[in-house]
Design a protein around this ligand. Sequence first.
Ligand code: ZN
Length: 342
Amino acid sequence: MTHPVHTLRFTPLAHSVALSVAALLANPAHAQRAVAPTPTTLRPAVEQAYAQLMAAPQILQLLDAVKADHERSIGDLKMLTEIEAPPFKEQQRAEAFLARLKALGLSSAAIDAEGNVVGVRKGTGNGPKLVISAHLDTVFPAGTDVKVKERDGKLHAPGISDNTRGLAVLLSWLKVLNDQKITTVGDLVFVGNVGEEELGNLRGMKHLFKEHLDIDGLVALEPAPDGTVLVLGTGSHRHEVTFKGPGGHSYAAFGEVPSAIHGMGRAIAKIAEIRTPASPKTTFTVGTVGGGTSVNTIAPDARMAVDIRSDEMAPLLATEKQVLGAVDSAVTEENARWGVNT
Ligand SMILES: [Zn+2]
């Protein structure tokens, strides 16, 4: 069911003097995000390797060992969940996670310059370097009650699934590999990365890949429907757009100045009408807005954060172009509405 959008109506605020997009900035980021493929998109070589692995007794033994480690792993899950980790404030959880990595056998693990926890489990040599990662941060702000509560046999807490569960599973995998004395040819790099959510903007992963140019593959642990392995990557570009105007009293300055908020509203209305392809899946949203000073002030500033994603680069760029075009024409229209020359 969809809900209508409700608007609060105030006596119109208003306007004059140039409104400009002061900072159209932002941090275009190419995020690697997992999306569900249709089975037909898997290459035969991948299918074959998967079948081979699932037929190997050693692998089955490992999977059983992971299941047997469940109860112990829940302890890690609860402990880590109850340490809040909002974007940019992952340090305390990072330290706790680091301590667990060390306790489970990665004695050389450490926190890197960006705040990621990184530990290398050495291979015998000359094999591919594989990263196994889970992000440390959650979307929940500081001060959120992160106490784990059990209801109907299920554990509930903010961030327990996305992605503290990933962290606990990662620790379990490490323990099981060590317990079963599994040696790999390539190095396994265990990573608890920072900055996955929101304006963290993948700072952790970007740093990791800058520091380690020899990474051959990555397995990111994230919540997914049961029995699902997700492949492929989704690109994301994010923009924080700031609108600046002169501001003024809503009554006294009326007719003289454009409004930053009205300009942004025009932009959002245009963005809301953008059509994107269902396949490759391409999405956009204005995720947050802010600005203004009071109900009777023609807003001197407004800002919004926009997220654009696609499974392919071309529609991502095309959608981004439309979003940025909407911002430009909204500013032009708002200025024109009040007869302001730019
Ligand atoms: Zn996540």
